[in-house]
Design a protein around this ligand. Structure first.
Ligand SMILES: Cc1cc2nc3c(=O)[nH]c(=O)nc-3n(C[C@H](O)[C@H](O)[C@H](O)COP(=O)(O)OP(=O)(O)OC[C@H]3O[C@@H](n4cnc5c(N)ncnc54)[C@H](O)[C@@H]3O)c2cc1C
Length: 401
């Protein structure tokens, strides 16, 4: 968004003054995540949001993504912005050091995710989906699969997707039809079509790792017969190197009313090679690792939009002149005063500001709870944090169970 300013000061206020993140991080063993370090990370993330992402927001939406013969081209500047993001080490900020990450707390990378989204919603969806993909492989993938996929995802060289939706089933996933046939080498052959897949195809990374829900041949009907698979766009060796093209293709992209620079794709699996993650027929449970991440991300997108809308409205209210102030002229040289002088306009602006700031505080609190479930050592505290999270986000399955 043109003129976007990352709310650094408010983020420091809610995290360090309101919610005492300093103690929170120390208690969880993140001694290096001092107030100074957090403040420095916030400053860099603010620069990236304001100087790299915001300037290509409107142009990206006007240009949109282009689909030609299965290839998707993102708008001007998107690929370069993604490379700057990768070079800055942002993708792996909260992922383990063993895969090249910086092992910083989840909450830290999530707070700044709001700013990326506020500056450029469409762009932020590409790296956003990768976060859930990494979390799912880390939580449910075998050691071999972690070795094959995590390093390149953590570095940002590859991105990830979440493939649930099919044409006939969106919220009711029990009806999904995508099939997975076991192969002699222990892999699976996936056939079916997914729709609405965010970041399903694009030109920003070397490979795309799809996390796909599908049915095994003997699977029971409904949600108890769904399994989860990793299916890369390009096949991957056991050492994690990109190989030949897999049978995964982008059939088309949606023509949407907004976020047109985010590619929402039809993805066809035509006997594509995939790897089972998690136990057979328990795929939906495992996918909740991804969906919970995606839902928190979607909540942050709402917060980001409310902050961006407030900032836009504030700028307009200072610029647009209509009538005179009730308490005397505030712009005596002009023919009228800026509308920010009118009490009802101020009331509306303050309402917007209160929603954005209140939601930011709630988000920072929920992220603190997620940190406890991820890194805490006290089982009772973890269960309590999990229960509180379920209260604030009833659509999330328990993150622990
Ligand atoms: C921009 C965008 C990006 C997306 N990205 C992804 C992605 O990356 N991966 C992916 O897998 N999917 C993605 N989706 C798909 C999204 O998850 C589905 O749109 C969603 O699950 C809803 O499914 P549906 O659109 O088929 O609606 P339906 O399930 O057909 O629902 C239609 C309407 O009925 C309502 N409804 C349904 N059941 C009930 C009920 N029991 N009680 C009350 N109301 C009900 C719904 O709320 C909705 O209003 C994306 C969608 C969009 C728009």
């Amino acid at each position: 968004m043109e003129g976007y300013k990352a709310p650094q000061r408010d983020a420091m206020f809610v995290t360090h003054e309101l919610l005492n993140y300093q103690d929170h991080y120390q208690k969880l063993g993140f001694d290096e995540a001092s107030e100074d370090l957090v403040s420095a990370i916030f400053a860099e993330a603010a620069k990236f949001s304001e100087n790299v992402l915001a300037p290509i927001n409107a142009s990206g939406d006007e240009e949109g993504c282009k689909w030609v013969d299965g290839e998707v081209t993102t708008p001007k500047g998107f690929k370069e912005a993604y490379q700057t993001y990768v070079d800055g080490g942002w993708p792996g900020m909260s992922h383990p050091e063993e895969f090249g990450g910086q092992a910083l707390p989840y909450s830290l990378s999530s707070i700044i995710a709001e700013w990326f989204s506020g500056a450029n919603h469409s762009w932020a969806m590409y790296p956003g989906l990768s976060q859930g993909c990494m979390a799912t492989i880390k939580a449910h993938g075998s050691e071999l699969l972690q070795q094959m996929f995590l390093e390149k995802l953590v570095s940002g060289e590859w991105t990830g997707t979440m493939c649930l939706t099919e044409a006939h089933c969106g919220s009711d996933l029990g009806m999904l039809k995508c099939r997975a046939e076991p192969q002699e080498d222990g892999t699976y052959s996936l056939t079916g079509t997914k729709i609405f897949i965010s970041a399903g195809e694009h030109d920003m990374s070397e490979n795309i790792v799809h996390i796909v829900l599908a049915r095994l041949p003997d699977a029971p009907e409904g949600t108890k017969g769904i399994s989860l698979f990793v299916v890369p766009k390009f096949n991957v060796s056991e050492e994690g190197e990109k190989q030949d093209r897999n049978a995964v293709a982008c059939g088309s992209i949606e023509h949407k009313m907004g976020i047109k620079a985010s590619a929402t794709c039809v993805i066809n699996f035509d006997g594509a090679k995939g790897y089972l993650i998690g136990p057979p027929n328990r795929g939906l449970n495992c996918m909740f690792t991804f969906m919970n991440t995606a839902r928190i991300g979607t909540g942050l997108e709402g917060l980001a939009s409310s902050e961006a809308a407030f900032q836009g409205a504030l700028r307009y209210a200072k610029d647009r002149i209509q009538f005179r102030s009730l308490t005397g002229r505030k712009n005596p040289e002009g023919p009228a005063d800026p509308i920010i002088v009118h009490p009802d306009v101020r009331r509306m602006l303050l309402t917007q500001k209160a929603f954005a700031e209140g939601n930011r505080a709630l988000a920072a609190y929920c992220m603190q709870l997620v940190d406890v479930t991820l890194y805490g050592s006290d089982e009772a505290e973890k269960q309590l944090a999990d229960a509180k999270l379920a209260f604030f986000n009833p659509y999330c399955k328990s993150v622990l169970n």
